[in-house]
Design a protein around this ligand. Structure first.
Ligand SMILES: [Fe+2]
Ligand SMILES: [Fe+2]
Length: 297
């Protein structure tokens, strides 16, 4: 395979484009309109800690872990994209990471307030696979493949977060836990769509610039490496299955999977008619509930 010197667009030092300008505006606006949530704005008053723990303790723990592990995601990102475009750096360093860490701290505080242990997080180990990819990413045209994978993961992750927080918000209201629904989950979920929008805009812009071999490689790598948000091993895959169950999403798991990867399907798989959702996504979601069931049994 020849490595073509394609798509210099948006690499550091490249001339700015329309997509760049829109992204920069978007990131600046997010920074202005959504500062990290003030810790003293949160009301941790709960009506029934034991019931809240039984219904949603696992969800709080899972989401707290995922939010707090953004520190590792930044290290992964720096491994994967040694030379990120300035607007990407601006997004993750100035907007995304500070917001997400605050989400994690607030959710983790809530779970300790109801008597649970804090989340166990891994904030600093970067896997071998990523290091290999990062090594290859020093070839400019391969870095664009890595960037595309990063944007796709970002879209899937942020969309999952919004759907999970929507379900959690309704679940908390049903339990009569109005204070935490209103001051914990509502402000957090308000910040997630802006993250999704950043990745979506980036993904659409970059996909159109990729050469056919790069698009082919993105499809292949996505097919073999897709995982639901926060899943790095079988244990966490089963945890994710429990979260799906606790949020009442098991029966609609295909719709959930489809919604999470709607733009990914449109970009990568538009030519494969009839598939409402890529098979690797449905498989990963179904496997999560199977693993949760096996563990429960
Ligand atoms: Fe978040
Ligand atoms: Fe987010």
């Amino acid at each position: 395979m020849t490595i073509e010197p394609t798509s210099p667009r948006r690499r550091a030092g490249a001339a700015p484009t329309d997509v760049d300008a829109r992204l920069r505006e978007h990131v600046d606006r997010l920074g202005e309109q959504h500062p990290p949530i003030e810790l003293d704005s949160v009301d941790y008053t709960v009506q029934d800690a034991a019931l809240l723990d039984a219904r949603f303790g696992g969800v709080l723990d899972y989401m707290a872990r995922v939010e707090l592990e953004v520190d590792r995601n930044v290290l992964e990102l720096l491994t994967l994209l040694p030379d990120p475009p300035e607007v990407d750096r601006h997004f993750y360093a100035d907007v995304w990471q500070p917001q997400e860490i605050r989400h994690g701290i607030i959710l983790d505080t809530l779970q300790t307030e109801i008597g649970r242990a804090p989340a166990v997080t891994d904030t600093d180990s970067v896997g071998v696979k990523l290091k290999v990819l990062g090594g290859l990413a020093h070839l400019g045209s391969f870095q664009d493949v890595c960037r595309m994978l990063y944007y796709l993961t970002g879209m899937s992750t942020e969309r999952s977060a919004v759907l999970a927080y929507n379900a959690l918000h309704s679940g908390l209201l049903d339990l009569g836990e109005d204070a935490v629904a209103r001051t914990v989950v509502a402000p957090i979920r308000r910040q997630e769509p802006g993250h999704f929008a950043f990745y979506q805009l980036s993904a659409r812009g970059l996909w159109a610039q990729l050469a056919p071999w790069q698009q082919w490689m993105v499809r292949r790598m996505r097919t073999i490496s897709y995982g639901p948000v926060g899943v790095n091993n079988d244990e966490q895959h089963a945890d994710f299955g429990e979260v799906v169950d606790a949020l009442g999403l098991r029966d609609g798991i295909e719709e959930f999977a489809a919604e999470v990867t709607r733009v990914e399907r449109e970009l990568l798989w538009a030519r494969e008619d009839g598939l409402p959702v890529p098979a690797y996504v449905v498989d990963a979601f179904r496997r999560a509930v199977e693993l949760a069931d096996e563990r429960a049994a």
